[in-house]
Design a protein around this ligand. Structure first.
Ligand code: A2G
Length: 447
């Protein structure tokens, strides 16, 4: 026998993880998103929840309430200020952490977790700087501690069915993709400081939950603030970092009106409310065009400050087919067209029967388990993948290079907008390895 080198054995430091052992988890940030992951994890028999870190007692208490609901002993608490997560990281019994903190904390907490030899599940956002993206890559390459980009929309049922069709060649050669974050967040970005959604016009120190921190990004920045829900699914279909890569982008921003109008018209706000005087830098609509190494284009839209129904606005177009979605991922909320299969009719077909017929094997297998999970079931899949990869000591399908590349869109778009839409190069975080790395997402029937 020669030495058996598993191509996916990235977890060299962790190679002895026993698959019959429970994965012991720490949670960094216990806000609503952290609690959603916690509840997913508490439903599982292969996970043990060890500890929470969060400076806010109210969020910590909500996490403990979930522990009680699932008949677990209280988790250890690290709530002594913003940096107590560092003490959580010292706990030698913790195998992995899930980070769901405000965006500005992701990099320091993610990188420190890797150096503390904790496997990381990292929530979505965009980076503060391109240098931050390189730091994730460096931490991973130095420690070999894996970090998963927890992009749940990659697991949306319609998205995975379309991926399945793409891989069967039904769209022909891919030419263009679109996606975005088109979600009216006004009732999230402002509240009364007590009730998270639709309750007022306060933010920052006077806000609660996301209004406490997310809104400040709209005051101080102007860019594609939230690229991954739209880009992730398209990047997977386009084999980005695995045979293809993102080369360059150009972004434009519209004027900013929506948030101020919301404050002015809200019963608790008004034209004389101090927040009506705040100047929001973030344009209401930010569009970003991206060019790929294999010749495709991608268009991203960030649209969260105006009235509008929810829609991530996916479009996948190839030489032989086109799909567009309008909604939140229900099978009948889209249009599709395959010229040859549809007798050159030039008419859209509703997606329902197509998405049913090409339902991804993972969804066929797990739809019952996913039924009551967050965001129409996709949260089950993202957490399931995280745990199953750890148990098997195998590579995460959405890894540090995906994280760095997708996160980098934000600071690069800010830079492009500042320079009137100037084209900006997107770094190759894989340093050439994209040419030989193989697509892995969704191929294993288990996760
Ligand atoms: O709104 C949705 O749940 C978003 N997720 C999430 O990312 C976050 O922005 C939230 C605001 O509270 C999806 O759209 C999948």
């Amino acid at each position: 026998f020669g030495t058996l080198i598993l191509p996916n054995s990235l977890f060299s430091y962790n190679a002895n993880f026993q698959s019959d052992k429970k994965v012991r988890l720490g949670f960094i940030a216990m806000g609503y998103r952290g609690q959603a992951h916690l509840e997913e994890m508490l439903k599982r028999t292969d996970v043990e929840v060890v500890a929470f870190a969060d400076p806010e007692p109210r969020m910590m208490a909500m996490g403990q309430k979930l522990m009680a609901k699932y008949k677990q002993q209280p988790a250890k608490e690290f709530g002594n200020g913003d940096y107590d997560y560092r003490n959580l990281l010292k706990d030698p019994t913790i195998d992995a952490v899930i980070i769901s903190s405000p965006w500005e904390w992701h990099k320091i907490q993610g990188v420190e977790s890797m150096y503390a030899k904790k496997i990381v599940g990292m929530e979505v956002c965009g980076a503060m700087t391109v240098e931050d993206c390189w730091e994730y890559v460096k931490a991973y390459e130095e420690t070999k501690v894996p970090i998963m980009m927890m992009e749940n929309v990659c697991y949306r049922r319609d998205v995975m069915a379309v991926l399945n069709m793409v891989r069967k060649g039904m769209f022909g050669e891919l030419i263009h993709g679109q996606g975005g974050y088109e979600h009216d967040l006004r009732g999230v970005l402002f509240n009364d400081g007590q009730t998270a959604y639709n309750s007022g016009v306060e933010f920052g120190d006077k806000g609660f939950s996301e209004a406490k921190w997310r809104t400040n990004h709209y005051v101080n920045r102007n860019g594609e603030l939230y690229p991954t829900h739209g880009l992730g699914p398209v990047a997977v279909m386009f084999d980005v970092n695995r045979g293809n890569r993102l080369l360059r982008l150009s972004s434009f921003s519209s004027k900013s009106r929506g948030l101020t109008k919301y404050i002015e018209e809200h019963p608790k706000g008004g034209k004389n409310h101090p927040n009506a005087k705040v100047k929001f830098q973030q344009g209401d609509i930010v569009t970003t065009q991206i060019q790929c190494a294999n010749g495709e284009t991608i268009l991203l839209t960030h649209d969260t400050s105006l009235q509008r129904p929810y829609n991530l606005g996916f479009r996948v177009q190839g030489t032989d087919g086109i799909w567009q979605d309008f909604g939140w991922g229900e099978n009948n909320q889209g249009f599709i067209y395959f010229e040859k299969l549809m007798k050159h009719s030039h008419r859209w077909d509703n997606t329902e029967k197509w998405l049913q017929e090409y339902d991804h094997p993972l969804w066929q297998r797990y739809s019952k388990d996913a039924e009551n999970s967050g965001h129409g079931g996709m949260d089950f899949f993202v957490d399931n993948t995280f745990i199953e990869c750890i148990k098997r000591n195998i590579e995460f399908p959405l890894d540090v290079y995906d994280l760095a590349t997708w996160y980098a869109i934000t600071p690069l778009s800010e830079k492009s907008i500042k320079k009137n839409g100037q084209v900006v190069d997107i770094p190759d975080f894989t340093k050439g390895a994209w040419q030989t790395r193989k697509p892995v997402f969704g191929f294993d029937g288990a996760f």
